[in-house]
Structure formats: structure tokens, C-alpha cells
Design a protein around this ligand. Structure first.
Ligand SMILES: Cc1cc2nc3c(=O)[nH]c(=O)nc-3n(C[C@H](O)[C@H](O)[C@H](O)COP(=O)(O)OP(=O)(O)OC[C@H]3O[C@@H](n4cnc5c(N)ncnc54)[C@H](O)[C@@H]3O)c2cc1C
Ligand code: SF4
Length: 404
């Protein structure tokens, strides 16, 4: 591994106008990190990456590299691109293990972060680094959000989150687990208790339904709920998955690893939401794909579909007159998620759009003064790097707010 990444680092052309860096949503200083790495200045490289993006090591593993950094490397035009993400992983993992934390001058103000996913963790780190006293609240018992309870461990090793927990402790960020806002505690309670500002990074945890008959049957499950605790389910041998996004791919691969013999993903059209490489991995694991299957209802025997007719451009132009029952022991719906509405129902003045996503201004402030938000709860299901990027901006806006 070490030898391979040295070879990769040596291939970097140190472009004056690095397209890889431009294409990275959080503008990771790629040539600079590679240069420091080559000079054996590993901790300096790690510090620079962490300062730019506290989620660096996670992004190095879960980003869609082909669409972002690696996909824009000039070397990729004629041969293979520099796989910077492997170098980033090496540097950032080493840095997490060895980072030295110097306590900043305390600002004498405390701030609350609700949600310990990538957005909340990034905001908490930024605020703590600047000397604010941060309390991080989460509904779950561990930090990480979808990194812990969504993305399966065969894709993202969970020991990384334990390392993050240690870093948070060292930074003095206090974590309050199993604390759901919008139930016993409300946002107003935070202002009563002298928090100077609040960050919401609560993500999208409500599985979307299709409004079809059969969704409440015993053999029907939701993709994100399944991924949170796959051991709790007895799916049987034959599993049908409705949807072909990245979540559906993770569901398929997890089900196959938990003993399912035949896993098929169904999509209405031939265009799929998942990235090419996620689909290829699912295929390698043995998942099958069926296109042109529009779900009609779900029965105890399995899902019932209308079969699409396509034109020469693969556009759906109609359906076969007969429906088709596909026998399956379990059907899993993986058709996207929306935010839960607990915060909206309990916070006066907090507003959302028609998809239930929080409305924010250019400073990431919600419609409630002093309450900021970023990540999936604002944009819907997106990516780790996007959540981290926006949370960083939100944290900066929170600091300006608290200082004024
Ligand atoms: C199965 C799956 C696979 C994915 N794969 C990838 C991938 O490969 N690459 C990639 O970049 N992105 C991927 N994503 C998307 C990525 O995980 C999300 O975009 C990212 O986690 C969003 O971060 P967030 O902090 O906004 O929200 P989340 O990660 O959802 O975190 C929100 C946190 O808020 C907590 N919370 C919610 N409500 C409350 C409340 N009322 N009170 C207290 N706490 C609350 C939750 O428990 C959670 O910990 C995937 C998502 C899923 C579901
Ligand atoms: S954050 Fe993601 S896109 Fe940016 S350099 Fe790292 S792996 Fe590539």
C-alpha cells in the first residue's frame, strides 16, 4: 500500500491550475498535500487536510472519485489518473491517530450542535477549534449519522468513527447521545440554557413511501431502516429491492452478505441514480438488475409490476396490459428519504420547503434567529463532502453571529 501511494504521488504533475482541486467540492489542496507527503511532512499534510475538511479521511473512502478529483486529473485523459484519494486516506488516517490538539483561547460562549453526522461533526470541530464550548446532541448512541447507521462497514470501516470520537473528546466537544430534539427537549430550551447559537444537521431519516397498496405488510421493509440494523431482519432467500440509487446498492450488497440467495433491484426506467462504480460492485457481489419494472403494489407473495415499453431512446412510452407478480420473500423499498418533522412541529418560526427541507439564507441561517442548518436536512440526500463543505460555512457564519 505505502509503496503504491508513493508511486502515485510521484506521478502527480503539480499542475499550476489543478483541475482535480477545482472539481473537489471542498477544494482539497491536492498538489500541496502531495508535495508535503513527498517531503515526508506527513503530519503537516494531515493538518492541512483536516483544517480544510475534518471529514477528509471519510471522503477519501466514500467520495465519488471518478466524478470529482480523480475524474478531472489531466493524466486521466491519456492514461490513468492519480488516485489522490488513496494518498489522502493514508495521510488523514495517520493524522487522526497522532494529531496534537492545542486548546484555543476560550471564547466564553457555548453553542449547540444537533445531529452528529458529517455536517454536525464538521460544524462541531470548526467551532471547538475557534474556542467555543460545543455540546453535540444526537438521537443515536454513537456519532457518525449515516456514516455509522447507513453506509455499511464493508465500505467504510467503523473504527474510523471511534477515532473521530477520540478526537472530539480531546477537543473538548461534549457528546450527549440518545437525545432527540423535538421530543422532550426543544430548540427553545437551548436558548433558555444560554447557548449562544444552534446548528441543525439532522439529515434525512424518514424513508419515503410510494403510496401503493402493501407497504405496511410484514414482508416489506425500508432500505435505510434495514441498513441501520440488518441483523434484526430475516429476509429469506429471495429479496426484491425497489429503487436503483446508491442506498439500494448498499441494501443489495448487505442482504447478500447476510445470506440472501437472490437479490434483484427493480427500476421503472433505464436511467439509474446510483454511481456506475456502486452498481458494478453490487453486480460483482451477485445482485441482479431489472429495468422497466414500475411497482404497482406489494403482496405477501412479492411485488407486482407493470412492465414498461421503451422507444429507441430508452424513454418509457407505455406499459404492457398485463401486470407481473415477482415472487420474493421480502421486498425492500429504497426510494429516497426526507427529514423527520419533529423539529418543525416543535420550533416556532422554523420553516421548510414543500419537501420538508429546512429553508436557510446565504449564511446558512434558518428562519429562526441564531439557528443555522446544513447538510442533508437542507438539500435532501446528498454526499458527505457536500455536507462537510456547507457545515464549515455555517460554522463560520455562526461565529460571526455570536461575535456580533
Ligand atoms: C446507505 C447510504 C449510503 C451512502 N453512501 C454515500 C457515499 O458512498 N458517499 C457519500 O458521499 N455519501 C453517501 N451517502 C450520503 C451521506 O451519508 C449523507 O449525505 C451525509 O451523511 C449527510 O450528512 P448529515 O450530517 O447532513 O446527515 P446524517 O449523516 O444523516 O446525520 C444526521 C444526524 O442527526 C441525528 N438526528 C436526526 N434527527 C435528530 C433529532 N431530532 N435530534 C437529535 N439528533 C437527530 C441522526 O441520528 C444523525 O446522527 C449515503 C447515504 C446512505 C443513507
Ligand atoms: S474530498 Fe473527495 S473529491 Fe475531494 S479530494 Fe478528497 S476524495 Fe477527492
Amino acid at each position: 500500500m505505502a509503496l503504491r501511494i508513493v508511486t502515485e504521488a510521484n506521478r502527480c504533475l503539480q499542475c499550476k491550475k489543478p483541475l482535480c482541486q477545482e472539481a473537489c467540492p471542498i477544494h482539497t489542496p491536492i498538489p500541496k498535500a502531495i508535495a508535503l507527503f513527498k517531503e515526508n511532512r506527513l503530519m503537516e499534510a494531515g493538518e492541512m487536510l483536516f483544517d480544510n475538511n475534518p471529514m477528509s479521511v471519510i471522503c477519501s473512502i466514500v467520495c465519488d472519485h471518478e466524478a470529482q478529483c480523480a475524474g478531472h486529473c489531466v493524466l486521466g485523459r491519456k492514461s490513468s489518473p492519480v488516485t489522490f484519494y488513496n494518498i489522502e486516506r493514508f495521510i488523514s488516517e495517520a493524522y487522526l491517530d497522532r494529531m496534537k490538539i492545542e486548546k484555543p483561547e476560550p471564547k466564553g460562549k457555548k453553542t449547540a450542535v444537533i445531529g452528529a453526522g458529517p455536517a454536525g461533526l464538521t460544524a462541531a470541530v470548526e467551532l471547538a477549534k475557534a474556542g467555543y464550548e460545543v455540546t453535540l446532541f444526537d438521537d443515536n448512541d454513537h456519532i457518525g449519522g449515516m456514516l455509522n447507521y447507513g453506509i455499511p462497514d464493508f465500505r467504510l470501516p467503523k473504527n474510523l468513527l471511534e477515532k473521530y470520537q477520540k478526537v472530539m473528546n480531546k477537543m473538548g466537544i461534549q457528546f450527549r447521545p440518545n437525545t432527540s430534539f423535538g421530543e422532550s427537549l426543544r430548540i427553545q430550551d437551548l436558548f433558555r440554557d444560554n447557548y449562544a447559537s444552534v446548528f441543525i444537521g439532522t439529515g434525512v431519516w424518514r424513508p419515503k413511501t410510494l403510496g401503493i397498496a402493501g407497504e405496511s405488510l410484514a414482508n416489506v421493509h425500508f432500505g435505510v431502516s434495514y441498513l441501520a440494523k440488518p441483523d434484526a431482519y430475516e429476509l429469506g432467500d429471495k429479496v426484491a429491492i425497489i429503487g436503483m440509487g446508491n442506498v439500494a446498492m448498499d441494501v443489495a450488497r448487505t442482504a447478500l452478505r447476510h445470506g440472501a440467495q437472490q437479490v434483484t433491484l427493480y427500476a421503472r426506467s433505464k436511467r439509474i441514480a446510483a454511481s456506475q462504480h456502486e452498481m458494478e460492485y453490487a453486480q460483482l457481489d451477485g445482485a441482479e438488475f431489472a429495468f422497466g419494472y414500475a411497482i404497482q403494489e406489494i403482496t405477501p407473495e412479492g411485488p407486482v409490476f407493470r412492465i414498461a415499453q421503451f422507444d429507441e431512446n430508452d424513454k418509457v412510452i407505455g406499459y404492457e396490459p398485463e401486470t407481473e407478480l415477482v415472487r420474493a420473500d421480502a421486498t425492500i423499498l429504497a426510494v429516497s428519504q426526507a427529514p423527520k418533522n419533529r423539529l418543525l412541529l416543535t420550533t416556532e418560526g422554523l420553516m421548510a420547503n414543500d419537501r420538508g427541507l429546512l429553508i436557510t439564507d446565504e449564511n446558512c441561517m434558518t428562519t429562526v434567529d441564531g439557528v443555522f442548518a446544513a447538510g442533508d436536512v437542507v438539500h435532501g440526500s446528498h454526499t458527505v463532502v457536500a455536507a462537510a463543505n456547507e457545515a464549515r460555512l455555517a460554522a463560520q457564519a455562526m461565529m460571526r453571529y455570536m461575535e456580533n
